[in-house]
Design a protein around this ligand. Sequence first.
Ligand SMILES: Nc1ncnc2c1ncn2[C@@H]1O[C@H](COP(=O)(O)OP(=O)(O)OP(=O)(O)O)[C@@H](O)[C@H]1O
Ligand SMILES: [Mg+2]
Length: 250
Amino acid sequence: QNLVKIFANRPKPAVDGINITFYEGQITAFLGHNGAGKTTTMSILTGLFPPTSGTVLVGGLDIQTHMDSIRHRLGMCPQHNILFNHLTVAEHILFYSQLKGRSREEAEQELETMLEDMGLTHKRNEEAQNLSGGMQRKLSVAIAFVGEAKVVVLDEPTSGVDPYSRRSIWDLLLKYRPGRTIILSTHHMDEADILGDRVAIISQGKLFCSGSPVFLKNSFGSGFYLTLVRKMRTTKMGRATVSMSVVCLI
Ligand SMILES: Nc1ncnc2c1ncn2[C@@H]1O[C@H](COP(=O)(O)OP(=O)(O)OP(=O)(O)O)[C@@H](O)[C@H]1O
Ligand SMILES: [Mg+2]
């Protein structure tokens, strides 16, 4: 509600009067240029620092007065991984799950599901410092969901992740969407289009527009999607087809 953040050393607000509602059971994708104010907004949402003015209500509770209660159901994946070098993948999930109040047994059950869903089963005993960048990212996303987090804030969860792993993160988000309010920032327009029930575009700290991808395309879009399907010659392996999509903008 009227969210404003002015950093002490900068005259221009990083967040400049944003009003927006995020809905349960939906993924809202935050799109915006570098420095648009995505991380600042998400940091305020998760209580990392307070707003200069305005506030955020999470399930009716105000972040300025009820942050401790809100944290119980909040999960966050920061833009830059914050992992413990010498804890393994499994230890991270167990640690955060128990930190959120789950028993050891519940945490162990959650661990198995998470490892399976993230495709990290073979890395369960690997220390975080030995994981590739993409795997560290996957672990950070998994941590955001542990402990039955109901409001999950993901700051560029798929940055630096290969296309196959990106797909597995998408699958995880879609699987975990029911009953949760998921907010993710991204620079990938295809990602926002595919995952976002709603897309919010911010520019220079202001909410530029928000709505479902269909609504936004109908309101502001001009152009066509042209899908070309080319038949390949029959090979010993059978017939293969290649499909590619080209976006033509008028
Ligand atoms: N701690 C800080 N102190 C001063 N200015 C800051 C601070 N954090 C962010 N800013 C400024 O606030 C503005 C918004 O930054 P923010 O990190 O929210 O952008 P972003 O949309 O997340 O960008 P990116 O896509 O590059 O991650 C930028 O102009 C940035 O320089
Ligand atoms: Mg950012």
